[in-house]
Design a protein around this ligand. Structure first.
Ligand SMILES: N[C@@H](CCC(=O)N[C@@H](CS)C(=O)NCC(=O)O)C(=O)O
Length: 200
């Protein structure tokens, strides 16, 4: 979803392949673990055949491939700041807070732990977003990633009412055309998958 948003913002294209994250199979039945042994998305295959994984890396590749989109700062100091936010989103929010809340295999202890960790991290994010429309100056890949992760609050039992700046940020970004389209595309794919499952 984050890569989809970044590509829409950049006006770029990719040949998307759907992965069943439970069975680790692609739509043609081939083994996804042969592509990414970790069995995780996103994976981006470049024109030269090389594979890139890990959201912060895939997103920076898209931004750098389309520099005129201004999706990532090009100066060294500003790039470190952007990487700091990408790392915060990926390690502190995505994996530490949201993954245990979304994973049906997580037990009650794991969920409780994630909720406890959420307090400090979402409080920190809320302070940063006060008076800001985007994470950095102007829409960047940090926003593409952050809105993707925050959108999971709707199904993970995280009530954003406690963090008004995050709530406002999320409501605004969900209306952004690239975000709305990426969400709608992913929703359609999800529904098509459910329909296929019901038919088998
Ligand atoms: N560290 C990876 C994590 C990616 C990740 O957790 N992706 C989820 C989907 S949002 C996934 O593929 N989960 C399946 C699994 O972990 O088995 C990254 O930043 O790209």
């Amino acid at each position: 979803m984050a890569t989809r948003i970044a590509l829409l913002e950049a006006g770029g294209t990719a040949d998307f392949r759907q992965v069943d994250l439970k069975t680790k199979r692609l739509e043609d039945g081939s083994d996804f673990l042969a592509i990414n042994p970790l069995g995780q998305v996103p994976v981006l295959r470049l024109e030269n055949g090389a594979l890139l994984t890990e959201n912060p890396v895939v997103l920076q590749y898209v931004a750098d491939r389309f520099p005129r989109s201004n999706l990532a700062s090009q100066t060294v100091e500003a790039r470190y700041c952007l990487q700091q936010w990408l790392n915060f989103i990926t390690s502190e929010l995505h994996k530490l807070v949201f993954t245990p809340l979304l994973d049906p295999m997580a037990n009650e202890g794991a969920r409780q732990y994630a909720h406890e960790k959420a307090e400090l991290r979402l409080g920190y994010l809320d302070s940063h977003l006060q008076g800001r429309e985007t994470v950095l100056d102007g829409f960047t890949i940090t926003d593409a990633y952050l809105i993707t992760v925050l959108n999971w609050s709707r199904t993970s039992g995280i009530d954003l009412a406690k963090w008004p700046a995050i709530k406002t940020y999320m409501e605004r970004l969900l209306k952004r055309p690239s975000v709305a389209k990426a969400l709608a595309d992913e929703f359609d794919l999800h529904n098509a998958k459910l329909k296929r499952k019901a038919e088998t």
